[in-house]
Design a protein around this ligand. Structure first.
Ligand SMILES: NC(=O)c1ccc[n+]([C@@H]2O[C@H](COP(=O)([O-])OP(=O)(O)OC[C@H]3O[C@@H](n4cnc5c(N)ncnc54)[C@H](O)[C@@H]3O)[C@@H](O)[C@H]2O)c1
Length: 256
């Protein structure tokens, strides 16, 4: 028996990295998964490789109309919505002085507004089927700050705070919807290659090299927590911020 047998899940950013691992594990544990991403070719390939009930749907998380379409198409196809993994994200390098307003807005549009729109439109659909679980991908950047990614840090801080707002709203409404945030440190995906190497694109070799760096885990390490939060095993967990950081936020900075 799968741990999320029969549940219906949307995973944003499902075409790559952590979203792909989340979609694969949820499907392996019995969920019907919608892989939602801007990247049609890779997203379709992920859905095809999962097979079974998995579907790809094109979604730009910054576009409210796209959200309405994807959520109603999911409910039409599978009859309900149980799980939303708000995982899609982008990163732009730059400290507070270097970051342009344009870059700030682009990062926050995807990472912060995208999560807002996902929560806003998923809650009524989940409520219809008696509840659900929203899992928001934040970062350790929201906990201790990362000076080299100012816009990203602020966007993940917004996700952390919004998660608690959503959890509280849903608790007050008694609608059965839970909402939690996950805060990884480094995860070996194309995104972290950008941070570590300054490259715009990542080969598998680039990603593999990072797997051995301290505090950089693999997408599956995050997917196991996503699975727990998606399942009824976590039915009493809401408004929580869950670290997957090998203790990086409790380790004193080098030199202390
Ligand atoms: N990799 C890390 O070290 C790390 C650490 C902490 C948090 N995170 C967060 O985890 C999440 C996944 O990151 P990843 O490392 O797997 O990155 P990734 O770059 O491998 O994947 C991100 C995915 O998001 C999609 N995407 C980007 N903009 C989108 C949009 N507007 N609409 C829909 N999809 C869009 C991309 O097409 C891509 O498939 C992100 O929110 C990221 O900020 C990553």
């Amino acid at each position: 028996m799968g741990r999320v047998m029969g549940k219906v899940a949307i995973v944003t950013g499902g075409a790559s990295g952590m979203g792909r691992a989340d979609a694969e594990l949820l499907a392996a544990q019995g969920a019907k998964v919608v892989v939602a991403d801007l990247n049609e070719a890779d997203g379709q390939a992920v859905a095809d490789s999962i097979g079974g009930d998995a579907l790809f749907m094109k979604l730009d998380v910054t576009n409210e109309g796209n959200w309405q379409t994807v959520i109603s198409a999911t409910v039409e196809q599978f009859g309900k919505l149980d799980v939303l993994v708000n995982n899609a994200g982008v990163l732009a390098m730059g400290n507070i002085v270097d970051t342009s307003l344009d870059s700030w807005r682009k990062v926050n549009a995807v990472n912060s507004e995208g999560v807002f729109l996902g929560c806003k439109h998923a809650i009524p659909a989940m409520q219809e089927s008696g509840g659900g679980s929203i899992i928001n991908m934040s970062s350790v950047a929201a906990i201790h700050g990362q000076s080299f990614v100012a816009a990203y840090t602020a966007s993940k801080g917004a996700v952390r705070a919004l998660t608690k707002n959503v959890a509280m709203y849903c608790k007050e409404q008694k609608n059965g919807v839970r909402c939690n945030s996950i805060h990884p440190d480094g995860v070996a995906t194309p995104m972290i290659v950008k941070v570590a190497t300054g490259k715009d694109t990542a080969t598998q070799e680039d990603i593999d090299k990072l797997k051995h760096v301290e505090n950089i885990c693999e997408p599956e390490d995050i997917a196991h927590l996503v699975l727990y939060l998606a399942s009824d095993e976590s039915r009493y967990v809401t408004g929580a911020e869950m670290l997957v950081d090998n203790g990086s936020t409790i380790t004193p900075p080098i030199g202390v």
